[in-house]
Design a protein around this ligand. Structure first.
Ligand code: ZN
Length: 411
């Protein structure tokens, strides 16, 4: 994606603020003698920032605005070691709300909707992000937070919630509960805003059909405001993102060079107007691509494709690079398997093995299905996995993120 002159001017303001604050990235720039960029080429020579840099800045090394202007912090939960702390000014909080409001609007949600929010509240950006945007829109918020399915379903019926905000796993769990209890006639949901997890077409269709609602994918990460920086429109041709707040590049995760629009790679984000903790060329490790051309909806905001996974999800099995999304795509070509699956990789007798667990209903011949899935994986990816077919409902469902790949080689 070409960087515009307006965007370059904004990047230069961010560079200025970072250098004057002497934050980790400001120091990097000062050391490299960079005080401004004048072209795409110069921009692409700016150093990347990485999650590790942000962690090293713990606790408040990212703070770029004066203390009296910081109104809040959020934190992303690191799986290892220290978390990352992101300070926000009042304007940052407001900008984030503005972006999130735009997301709801693109999804056709209005101030007459009642929005039930199930992502968590607290240090992380999920629940409060959904809430800020909804309040800016003027909708009625039902701030449930996660878990307690019993109460969720009760409030959903009593309050007549029309929009559900959830992870895809939790939306699926709710959909299955609603079916099981036969309470669909009491449910007024019309839309779902689903965030923070990669999910496949099959799961999407399952939730969509069982609840009879339209679904929207929301994108975002704590380091860059939080959820709400992009969402798909009703044409479902990728997620529009807000290029007046962010500049997005796609890079090859190995060579670190930007790739042309349309090609897959890692999403790298530069904030354009952030005050509390601006980030330049932040490597998200999320895999996607810029979708070239115009969206049929006519919006001029550029589009990112659905997140395909993480650069660090890449599994090396028998010398072949494999992404979980590739396995998922193969499974989706079998109408008789459910949306749930699990991949287990282990090292037995000196060899890597991949076991794939899939679910189906009792009418299918399990062994025959297992053989067909195994040979499809062999033909597409190049090695034969062990496929284990189980009864529908046996694989774990979760209220948060479902862990689908378990690598037992390093246990
Ligand atoms: Zn569109």
């Amino acid at each position: 994606m070409q960087i515009s002159a307006d965007q370059i001017a904004l990047v230069n303001k961010q560079i200025n603020a970072l250098v004057s604050a002497g934050s980790f990235y400001g120091k990097k720039l000062a050391e490299a003698g960079i005080s401004a960029v004048n072209s795409q080429k110069e921009f692409e020579q700016l150093p990347f920032s990485e999650k590790a840099d942000l962690r090293d800045a713990y606790p408040l090394g990212l703070m770029t605005a004066p203390e009296e202007e910081i109104v809040r912090i959020h934190s992303s939960s690191g799986t290892t070691g220290l978390p990352v702390i992101i300070p926000y000014t009042a304007k940052d909080v407001d900008d984030w709300g503005e972006m999130f409001k735009r997301c709801y609007e693109v999804a056709g949600i209005t101030n007459m909707d009642r929005i039930q929010i199930t992502p968590g509240y607290g240090l992380w950006t999920a629940g409060i992000g959904f809430q800020n945007g909804a309040e800016k829109l003027g909708a009625m918020v039902i701030p449930m937070g996660p878990g307690n399915t019993e109460k969720q379903l009760q409030m959903m019926q009593d309050m007549g919630s029309t929009v559900i905000c959830a992870t895809s796993s939790y939306a699926l769990l709710l959909a299955e509960e609603i079916e099981k209890r036969g309470i669909k006639k009491n449910i007024k949901l019309r839309k779902g805003v689903i965030g923070s997890e990669r999910w496949g077409e099959k799961m999407r269709n399952r939730i969509q059909e069982s609840l009879g609602i339209e679904l929207y994918d929301i994108y975002g990460l704590t380091e860059i405001y939080g959820p709400g920086i992009g969402i798909n429109c009703s044409y479902n041709t990728g997620m529009h993102y807000w290029d007046d707040f962010l500049y997005i590049e796609i890079i090859d995760p190995v060579t670190l060079k930007p790739v042309p629009d349309g090609e897959w790679g890692e999403i790298v984000i530069t904030t354009l107007v952030k005050e509390g903790a601006p980030l330049i060329r932040y490597r998200t490790h999320d895999l996607s691509r810029i979708i070239p051309g115009e969206c049929p909806c006519g919006r001029s905001f550029p589009r990112l494709d659905t997140i395909k996974g993480r650069t660090d999800d890449m599994m090396k099995i028998k010398g072949v690079n494999v992404f979980p999304a590739q396995i998922e795509e193969i499974l989706q070509s079998f109408p008789e398997v459910s949306s749930e699956y699990q991949i287990r990789i282990s090292h037995l007798d000196g060899k890597d093995t991949m076991r794939i667990y899939v679910e189906t209903s009792g009418h299918t011949d399990f062994q025959d299905l297992a053989n067909r899935v195994a040979s499809k994986v062999k033909s597409v990816i190049g090695f034969t996995p062990l496929v284990k077919v189980v009864e529908i409902g046996l694989l774990p469902r979760s209220e948060k993120k479902t862990k689908r790949v378990i690598d037992e080689r390093f246990d």
